[in-house]
Design a protein around this ligand. Structure first.
Ligand SMILES: [Zn+2]
Length: 199
């Protein structure tokens, strides 16, 4: 068994020399729970789109051109290059499970948008997740929104990158959009539009 896991580790570690293909990326759904059947179905479609986008050649090509900037000292990689980000993302090594499996392990739950949040935030914050934790939460205000599949795919990409250890400051500032979760999530959102179909 020990030998097998060492072997798997060797096989799964992506090597990204110039021009080399990205490893095949999978979304490994462990649990997805909306607050209704239709929300759960929508979340499942969003993770499938997330998977399709990560294996999409146009997305991969654009990802290699991106610039990243850390805004916290405890970022997984300080000011990472695109190839470092790609290596980390496609390895899929969540902080709580250091074995790389080229997969995003998904535990995703809907959280009811409370009255206070509806009044003060108006779904500006669409969800959350923390480095080192398995679960990602999304407010029902986004799940109920029409045509939100691409947004949901970008959101799950952003939150899942936190599970790898990529972080950003909580408050908005001029360069926050250059952190890995934002660049990655925004790019998944942009390319997701080609995979959504009718929402
Ligand atoms: Zn975030």
């Amino acid at each position: 068994m020990k030998k097998l896991s060492i072997l798997m580790l060797t096989v799964a570690l992506p090597v990204l020399a110039a021009g080399q293909q990205f490893p095949e990326f999978r979304v490994n759904v462990i649990e997805i729970k909306g607050r209704s059947y239709s929300q759960t179905e929508k979340m499942k479609r969003a993770v499938t789109i997330f998977e399709n986008v990560l294996n999409d050649a146009a997305f991969q090509k654009e990802l290699t051109t991106k610039t990243f900037k850390s805004d916290r000292d405890d970022d997984l990689v300080p000011d990472p290059t695109a190839s470092r980000v790609i290596e980390k993302i496609y390895a899929g090594r969540e902080l709580y499970n250091p074995e790389p499996n080229n997969a995003a392990d998904i535990y995703w739950y809907a959280e009811k948008t409370g009255l206070w949040k509806r009044m003060t935030d108006r779904c500006n914050t669409i969800g959350y997740g923390y480095p080192g934790e398995k679960e990602i939460y999304t407010y029902t205000c986004l799940l109920k929104e029409k045509d939100s599949l691409a947004k949901l795919a970008g959101h799950i990409a952003h939150e899942w990158s936190h599970k790898l250890g990529f972080v950003h400051r909580a408050e908005d500032h001029a360069e926050r959009h250059l952190t890995v979760p934002y660049v990655f999530g925004d790019l998944v959102f942009k390319h997701a539009a080609r995979w959504t179909g009718a929402d």
